[in-house]
Structures are given as structure tokens and as C-alpha cells.
Design a protein around this ligand. Structure first.
Ligand SMILES: [Zn+2]
Ligand SMILES: [Zn+2]
Length: 132
């Protein structure tokens, strides 16, 4: 189960809803294959789904751009088998820098997030519902 948060800035109009956690269709690699959009990643998932030794980690996380502080709410996926491993990755949609390999995965209330809009610290973060 995941938690949805409201992020708001007290200095400008920045506002974003963020979903973090594990959805019910994240539990099996074969389920992930059904909804995963990126075609390269999807091909990798298909390969791993045929290997019985595959273990995976999948959840919605919040990627923070090191350069411009853009916040990207996206799926983190890591798969590992006896012979192979794969971790998905993202480029920042705003400045094209490679995002950190791991997003924030929980308790963003305790993390100090700078506002991607005006750069001021820190965003107000409020959990507003459970999803899934
Ligand atoms: Zn950026
Ligand atoms: Zn702001």
C-alpha cells in the first residue's frame, strides 16, 4: 500500500501531489510488464520474467534532481537474477541531468525538500490519503 502526499511551498505557488509506496500491481514481475511504459525497460522486464531466479524491488518514489531540485514522482524498478541485474533510471525533465539512482521511498515528511519553483526550503508535506 502507498501513501499520497501534498507538497506545497510557502514562498511561491508550487504545488504537487506525490504518490509513494508499493501498488498492488507491483508485486509480480509479470504484472509490472503489463503497465510498464518505457519500451527498453519493458524488454528487460520480459527477459527477467522468464528467469526463475529473478528478484525485484518496485515502488513509486520521489527523485530529486541534484542540479535544479526538480521533483520527479516515478516508479523505481530494480531486478536481479543469478546472471543479470537491471535498475531503471531517469533524466531530469527540466535540466536533463541524470537523476540519482534511487528515489526517496518513504517518510518524505522528515526529508528537507527545496522548492523546485523558487529554491526556498522547505516544502510543506502532508499525507492526505492511502492509495491501493
Ligand atoms: Zn534538473
Ligand atoms: Zn517555492
Amino acid at each position: 500500500m502507498g501513501v499520497a502526499y501534498n507538497l506545497t511551498c510557502n514562498h511561491c505557488t508550487y504545488k504537487q501531489n506525490v504518490f509513494l509506496g508499493i501498488g498492488f500491481r507491483y508485486v509480480y514481475v509479470t504484472d509490472i510488464l503489463e503497465w510498464y511504459e518505457d519500451s527498453v525497460g519493458k524488454e528487460r522486464i520480459r527477459e527477467f520474467s522468464k528467469d526463475e531466479s529473478t528478484k525485484h524491488v518496485c515502488y513509486d518514489g520521489l527523485y530529486v534532481c541534484n542540479e535544479c531540485k526538480f521533483l520527479l514522482n516515478a516508479v523505481y524498478l530494480h531486478m536481479e537474477s543469478d546472471s543479470d541485474s537491471y535498475t531503471n533510471s531517469y533524466d531530469c525533465p527540466r535540466c536533463s541531468t541524470v537523476m540519482p539512482s534511487k528515489p526517496i521511498d518513504e517518510e518524505i515528511e522528515v526529508v528537507v525538500l527545496a522548492c523546485p519553483g523558487c529554491g526556498n526550503e522547505k516544502l510543506t508535506c502532508q499525507a492526505y490519503m492511502d492509495w491501493d
